[in-house]
Design a protein around this ligand. Structure first.
Ligand SMILES: Cc1ncc(COP(=O)(O)O)c(C=O)c1O
Length: 381
């Protein structure tokens, strides 16, 4: 049998490679983005309770209604925007699926999608599998800011969508109000859609306001905004998230969703709908994660890594030029094998493999994990 691959360039991704090495060499894994501590016991018991109460059958395709209502209430409180839970919100099996569905909803072969690099690894394949063309723009190193002049140059009659991600993986950069102004002036009067990946919503530090597209009803009209419960509630294995959009876009999104996943895990939705009623469930997240970031920054002073700024997400990048001239992938592999700490080389987030000699650390780990990792990193000379 011969199959013509839809993604001929896709291989094993760097997260799988580095996690495999971490296991083989018994390394502390600060590579892949997942917490190593327990999630909320309260949320666990709410989900258990939902199963025991019999919430074990399909919920509506759009998602469990009380969960959509709780999300709409949260959006109104945080961003002062009214979204209709019946028409504007759909629960999805994770943020990645929401992004894939958004892209599949709008893209036609030959359409162009602007993607900023370094980029989360699903974006480019998601565009390509739809026969569309990724138009890649580098974020300005080392702040990883968007070069809006470059965006203007790359807009053509075929530009269908701009992908955003804030807080940003892998860099921890966040969008500013000025970025929103620039974005608005570019898309105004065009048919360009926006897909805004906000899976690290709430994980934003130093009291910086999250510039969610949800704050801007004029932009929301042309946007799909994607979220992940797994990321913010320390349960990445749940693969549950949601998408918020405007009614006509969401109507089309649901046409794709209903013939793919159709309906997501019911008991988790029931549990979350109760959990979200308490605002602390999301208002305490940024200080929780900021403490981890600050602890990691403090520990890393004992090493020769030069940390870059992380304003959000649960990642922080570091230059290692005082330690080595090796390409970042070789360096990451070597320190996993020789010093027992796994990281992710940031070149893996560029299609062309741009190498600024930077690695990414994930700090959403127990303090003792971070301390054990840094003790090893301090030995690299
Ligand atoms: C930027 C970004 N978007 C989406 C996701 C995936 O979210 P989920 O696990 O809910 O699919 C990740 C996970 O690493 C991510 O970093």
């Amino acid at each position: 049998m011969h199959i013509q691959s839809k993604l001929p360039g896709a291989g094993t991704n760097i997260f799988t490679v580095m996690s495999g090495l971490a296991t083989e060499y018994n390394a502390v894994n600060l590579g892949q983005g997942f917490p190593d501590y327990q999630m909320s016991e309260e949320l666990i018991s709410l989900v258990n309770g939902a199963m025991q109460k019999g919430f074990n059958q399909y919920v509506p395709m759009q998602g469990f209604p009380p969960l959509r209502e709780a999300i709409a209430e949260k959006i109104s409180g945080l961003y002062n925007t009214a979204v209709n839970p019946n028409t504007d919100i759909t629960i999805t099996p994770g943020g990645t699926y929401a992004i894939y569905t958004a892209l599949t909803t709008v893209l036609q072969p030959g359409d162009e999608v602007i993607i900023f690099e370094p980029a989360y690894d699903s974006y480019i394949p998601n565009v390509e599998v739809n026969g569309a063309v990724p138009i890649l723009i580098d974020l300005k190193f080392p702040e990883y800011k968007i070069d809006w002049a470059e965006v203007r140059k790359k807009i053509t009659a075929r530009t269908k969508m701009i992908m955003l991600n804030s807080p940003h993986n892998p860099t921890g950069a966040v969008l500013s109000e000025n970025d929103i102004t620039e974005l608005r002036s570019i898309v105004n009067g065009t048919n360009i859609f926006i897909c805004s990946d906000e899976v690290y919503e709430h994980l934003i530090f130093d009291n910086i306001p999250h510039q969610s597209i949800l704050r801007y009803p004029d932009l929301l009209e042309r946007s799909f905004v994607c979220f992940s419960f797994g990321k913010v509630y320390h349960c990445t294995g749940w693969k549950l998230g949601y998408c918020v959009s405007s009614p006509s876009l969401m109507n089309e999104f649901r046409k794709i969703h209903q013939f793919n996943c159709f309906s997501c895990h019911a008991p988790s939705q029931v549990g979350l709908s109760a959990f979200l009623k308490n605002k602390d469930s999301y208002l305490t997240l940024s200080s929780f994660m900021q403490e981890k970031r600050d602890h990691f920054i403090q520990l890393m002073r004992n090493t020769k890594f030069e940390l870059l700024d992380s304003k959000g997400s649960y990642f922080i990048c570091a230059k290692y030029d005082q330690l080595s001239n090796e390409p970042d992938k070789d360096f990451s592999i070597r320190i996993t094998k020789e010093y027992g700490v796994a990281t992710i080389p940031v070149s893996a987030f560029y299609k062309s493999g741009t190498d600024n000699k930077v690695v990414r650390f994930c700090f959403s780990k127990k303090n003792e994990t971070l301390e054990a990792a840094v003790e090893r990193l301090a030995k690299i000379s």
